[in-house]
Design a protein around this ligand. Structure first.
Ligand code: APR
Ligand code: ZN
Length: 252
């Protein structure tokens, strides 16, 4: 690790150690080292697929098979938490993190042991029928999808089985957004990890934290629109940088 990065790791550790209420805000980049592709930037999913086709509620309602055939080809079900997820869980265990606000739907923060996780974009581990509102475990519907794409609702036969994720064109879950906003307002440090910070309203959370005088600590592989506001900026891999920060805090 270069001396410049080592110094920034030390700065991040100092910021988090003296924080009264530090909160993490994560994006797809924190799961990249678990083998889950990011959306933007190098090799991102949206550089290969049109998000309007595979992840927009209007397209889903017109033809659910676009989503379910994309899911059958590209959904990763064997992903495991990586050292970045584990580092955030360790910070929470040691009372150094109030919670994680995530844009991710992969459930890896919870698998790593984080207890207070706010899923702004829902969870990909459940499915709901838009006709009868019955909910199913995603694994069961993935099995149906392998036999017949798109899968039909086992309860009512309906065609619109939708993962409980927020698709483009949908509103964020109100409760999660309110809880995330309350955490951001109360935070004096916001640790932003693995997000391009381009998608609103989620990217409004770092803005809200900054407007309430939180220090931003950004860990990302590429530049973000918030970099100029960061108290500490670390460009690199979350799976390396977060454990280094936790070690530097003596919490490792
Ligand atoms: N460590 C740190 N950062 C990384 C890593 C890594 N190992 N790998 C990639 N990154 C960075 C990329 O450089 C990129 O800037 O993570 C960022 C991921 O950005 P996006 O792919 O845009 O993901 P995210 O910010 O979470 O997108 C927000 O957009 O499509 C919607 O609903 C989707 O929740 C998603 C939302
Ligand atoms: Zn149904």
């Amino acid at each position: 690790m270069s001396t410049l990065i080592e110094a920034a790791v030390g700065d991040a550790a100092a910021l988090l150690s003296r924080a009264r209420s530090a909160v993490a805000f994560t994006g797809a980049g924190i799961s990249q080292e678990s083998g889950i592709p990011v959306y933007r930037g190098e090799g991102g999913l949206w550089t290969k697929f049109d998000p309007y086709k595979v992840a927009h509620i209007d397209t889903f309602r017109a033809d659910p098979s676009q989503y379910w055939s994309y899911s059958r080809e590209h959904r990763r079900t064997d992903a495991r938490p990586n050292p970045a997820h584990e580092a955030l869980a360790a910070l929470e265990r040691h009372g150094k993190l109030s919670g994680v606000i995530t844009q991710n739907t992969d459930g890896l923060h919870q698998k790593a042991g984080s207890r207070r996780v706010i899923e702004l974009h829902g969870s990909s581990h459940a499915v709901v029928c838009l006709d009868c509102e019955t909910r199913f475990p995603r694994v069961d519907i993935d099995a149906l999808n392998r036999e017949h794409c798109p899968p039909n609702c086992p309860a009512c036969g309906g065609r619109f089985l939708k993962p409980t994720v927020v698709m483009f064109g949908e509103a964020l879950p109100g409760e999660a957004l309110l809880e995330a906003q309350a955490l951001a307002i109360a935070a004096d440090v916001l640790l932003i990890v693995g997000s391009s910070l381009q998608v609103y309203p989620a990217a409004g959370i770092p803005r809200l934290a900054r407007e309430n005088r939180a220090d931003l600590c950004i860990i990302n592989a590429e530049p973000t629109p918030f970099d100029s506001f960061a108290a500490v900026l670390l460009q690199g891999k979350a799976g390396e940088l977060l454990p280094a920060i936790v070690r530097a805090m003596g919490e490792g």
